[in-house]
Design a protein around this ligand. Structure first.
Ligand SMILES: C[S@@+](CC[C@H](N)C(=O)[O-])C[C@H]1O[C@@H](n2cnc3c(N)ncnc32)[C@H](O)[C@@H]1O
Length: 210
């Protein structure tokens, strides 16, 4: 019998604490650390890990059952540099990693929660942006992509006005080239449907500009 995978989880009702000790340990033990926030099936992270065996790759998602697909692939390939774990960014984002430790954060196609009354379920806001900027190491990258314009514009505003972040494409600009050779499942679906994808790339500054 196939288990039904939920399309959405209400993050306001889900504590879903991530295994912080294990995550911190993995980060300490590795030179390059990439994290996808809201990784879904985790296949993007797995593909990245396959191509770069030296780094540590971490995918986090609130829907634990959807991670199983990626975990099966990790087991089959015997990859030791990937972790796919549960996490609710509304609860534990700032505590997940040591400050200045992550090389790249990926936010790939975050849930848009289109209805206005559901906007409070979007996890990416000012405090999440601040947490990510502080968890990134200087020179590290915050990478974002989406096919939905309004939350993308909101993300651009949040990142652009954070003193620790610098837009690598120039102020208030989108980045043209694809962000990675590997594609996420949602990215592949968008491409099949011919949807436009907006992309952002921000670098963590050495020190605050104030
Ligand atoms: C549209 S999917 C994109 C999945 C994948 N990144 C891709 O591009 O194929 C967004 C993912 O974010 C996860 N998500 C939404 N809110 C979250 C939260 N508060 N904490 C953790 N994950 C969350 C959802 O469960 C979902 O898997």
């Amino acid at each position: 019998m196939t288990r039904r995978i939920r399309q959405h989880v209400n993050p306001l009702n889900a504590p879903c604490l991530a295994p912080r000790d294990r995550l911190k340990q993995a980060v300490r033990a590795s030179r390059e650390v990439e994290v996808e926030l809201g990784c879904g099936d985790g296949l993007f992270v797995v593909r990245r890990a396959l191509h770069q065996r030296g780094g540590q790759f971490i995918g986090l998602d609130i829907r634990t059952e959807v991670l199983e697909r990626g975990r099966r692939v990790v087991r089959r390939l015997g990859l030791t540099n990937v972790m796919l774990e549960a996490g609710n960014f509304m609860v534990d984002l700032a505590q997940l990693f040591p400050p200045d430790s992550v090389t790249r954060f990926w936010i790939n196609f975050p849930d848009p929660w289109f209805k206005r009354r559901h906007h409070n379920r979007r996890w990416l806001g000012a405090s999440a942006t601040d947490a990510l900027a502080r968890l990134l190491r200087p020179g590290g990258l915050l990478l974002y992509q989406s096919d939905v314009w309004e939350p993308t514009l909101a993300a651009l505003g949040l990142f652009e006005t954070h003193p620790l972040l610098r837009n690598t494409a120039g102020e208030f600009s989108f980045t043209r080239p694809r962000l990675a050779e590997e594609r996420t499942s949602r990215e592949l679906a968008c491409e099949r449907r011919g949807l436009r994808i907006w992309r952002l790339s921000f670098e963590r500054r050495e020190a605050p500009a104030w």
